[in-house]
Ligand binder design. Structure first.
Ligand code: 3PG
Length: 212
């Protein structure tokens, strides 16, 4: 396990963010830090992603900022240039994975099936995003799919919220969870950073309670 994925595991919950206006990156980072959540996955679902990664990293050196929804090598390059410390992809893309490995960029590719997991293992990766977690069958599916893969850890993402976070975190094969529930796009757009801070706090509390 490398240092970055190790840190994500310790934090336990990764806020998955879609930012329309990169100017929100600084106050969003502040809200996450105040809520006790020193990481963010900024997704390439919006055109502002690279700029937002750059701005959040520059404003808050103590936040582990990564890039999500990376679909192409070009986006991976943009993410690295902007200062992203890790990359997350929704599915398994061998070309993007190879680029990340060659460029010493920690990569968590998305998997949903045993075949996907085999492909990731063949590249030497053993911390994988399980996506879309809830639609793919949730905790029950992850238990069954992950069971044979001793040593593989998952970051379930997709449909995780305050009500099911603890169930996922209780599984031995779960490294951390990802979710947008504490950083919803509308809250960011409306500048409701106090609300985001409080939601982050709540998520961090669930992690603490589940792991204590
Ligand atoms: C992602 O981009 O990884 C997911 O869409 C996040 O899923 P959620 O919005 O259901 O938390």
């Amino acid at each position: 396990m490398n240092k970055i994925t190790d840190q994500l595991g310790q934090i336990g919950i990764i806020p998955v963010v879609a930012i329309d206006d990169a100017a929100s990156a600084e106050p969003l980072g502040r809200a996450l830090l105040d809520g006790g959540l020193p990481c963010a996955e900024i997704t390439f679902r919006t055109a502002a992603a690279a700029d937002a990664i750059q701005k959040m990293s520059a404003a808050h050196s103590n936040i582990l900022v990564g890039a999500g929804t990376v679909l192409t090598i070009e986006q991976a390059k943009q993410a690295k240039a902007a200062g992203a410390k890790f990359i997350v992809t929704p599915g398994f893309d061998a070309a993007v994975v190879d680029w990340c490995l060659a460029n010493e960029m920690p990569i968590t590719p998305g998997v949903m099936t045993p075949t996907d997991i085999n492909q990731a293992l063949a590249k030497g990766l053993n911390i994988l995003k399980f996506f879309p977690a809830e639609v793919a069958g949730g905790v029950k599916a992850l238990k069954a799919i992950g069971g044979p893969y001793v040593g593989v850890k998952f970051i379930p993402t997709g449909g995780i919220n305050a009500s099911n976070l603890a169930d996922y975190l209780s599984l031995p094969m779960v490294h951390a969870c990802g979710g947008s529930f504490m950083v919803e796009k509308q809250l960011i757009a409306a500048g409701k950073f106090d609300e985001i801070r409080d939601l982050a706090k709540m998520a961090v509390n669930i992690v603490r309670l589940t792991r204590s």
